[in-house]
Design a protein. Structure first.
Ligand code: SF4
Length: 183
């Protein structure tokens, strides 16, 4: 499991001693947990949001606008739930968000830092190597790039959707993904 005591994390800007570390009060835990249940389908999200960061687990936000909520609705349509999947993130620490947005709207979370993506790929590589995945579902360009950069075992099928907050994916498109996408 990822730990800040590792060489991997010590070289990452999101490490508590790094230049992009968030104040300790924003973090209730170590890096996000990787959920491995022996599924042959791995879901890789981009990075935790603030709800995931507080909870310590990926894709758990109750916010109706979140990727997690849309995934739950999509799984419900086909009789699945998170217990049917292994779940992780391309980056396992919260990237934070700017204090304000130029358009006056609530600011969105920062995209993951490029160096953090490279460092955290070591953990992702370990997750991929330790499972027997038939399929990897990626949410967002960064997640897909990180998975592809890991160099996949032969026979692994990678399917992707744009990040749900990218503006390139309508709510309904993710919710209505067909059964074949998730199985
Ligand atoms: S983002 Fe990944 S590599 Fe960086 S500190 Fe967090 S767990 Fe470690």
């Amino acid at each position: 499991m990822p730990t800040y005591n590792s060489t991997i994390c010590r070289q990452c800007p999101y490490h508590p001693g790094g230049p992009l570390a968030l104040p300790p009060t924003t973090r209730a835990h170590q890096p996000l947990a990787i959920e491995q249940r022996g599924s042959d389908v791995l879901i890789v999200a981009r990075a935790p949001g603030v709800d995931e960061w507080e909870d310590g687990h990926p894709l758990i936000s109750p916010n109706p606008q979140s990727a997690a909520h849309r995934l739950r609705k999509s799984w419900l349509r086909i009789g699945k739930n998170r217990q049917d999947y292994d779940i992780t993130n391309a980056v396992l620490c919260y990237p934070g968000k700017p204090p304000s947005s130029p358009d006056g709207k609530p600011p969105r979370d920062n995209p993951p830092d490029a160096v953090a993506l490279v460092q955290c790929r070591h953990w992702l590589q370990g997750t991929i190597n330790s499972g027997r995945y038939r399929k990897i579902v990626t949410l967002g360009d960064e997640a897909r790039a990180a998975v592809v950069a890991c160099g996949l075992p032969s026979g692994v099928n990678v399917v992707s959707v744009p990040h749900p907050s990218s503006g390139r994916l309508f709510n309904s498109a993710l919710v209505e993904c067909p059964r074949s996408f998730w199985t």
